[in-house]
Design a protein around this ligand. Structure first.
Ligand code: SF4
Length: 135
């Protein structure tokens, strides 16, 4: 017979400023199963807590090097939340490329990095700069 351990975890819901203090009863065996969540003022809290306990998701922001631009970097972010465990590989993909100016807000600079279902999009404009020093 498989052993299952019941544990209680406390979380603060971050969806709205109420910051409800949630308590989750979790069964940990070969899989983690959330058995009960209490303390939420609305139904969004338990759904968020279950996601957070079983497969936490995050959005990330960073920057990418730009060649030939009026700024050396363009700020970027994921256009959707990704699994916490994928962040390291997504950051490696972001750090491994350079883009050419111009870049516009919303441009997709990397599609589905590290096998995730997000895109990396620009969050600022970087204009192209023409080098006229040789004229
Ligand atoms: S459980 Fe509902 S009311 Fe409480 S913090 Fe989360 S979203 Fe806000």
């Amino acid at each position: 017979m498989r052993e299952c351990k019941m544990t209680e975890k406390e979380l603060i819901c971050v969806i709205c400023p109420n910051g409800c203090e949630l308590k989750a009863l979790i069964e940990e065996g070969s899989q983690t199963v959330v058995r009960k969540i209490s303390g939420a003022l609305c139904e969004k809290g338990p759904a968020w807590a279950e996601q957070e306990l079983i497969n936490p998701m995050r959005t990330i922001a960073s920057s990418i090097i730009v060649d030939g631009g009026d700024y050396p970097l363009v700020s970027v972010r994921t256009d959707a939340a990704i699994p916490l465990k994928s962040i390291s590989n997504v950051m490696k993909a972001i750090k491994s490329i350079k883009v050419k100016a111009p870049v516009k807000v919303g441009d997709v600079l990397i599609r589905e990095p590290a096998g995730t279902s997000c895109n990396i999009i620009a969050t600022r404009h970087v204009n192209e700069v023409f080098d006229d020093s040789g004229i």
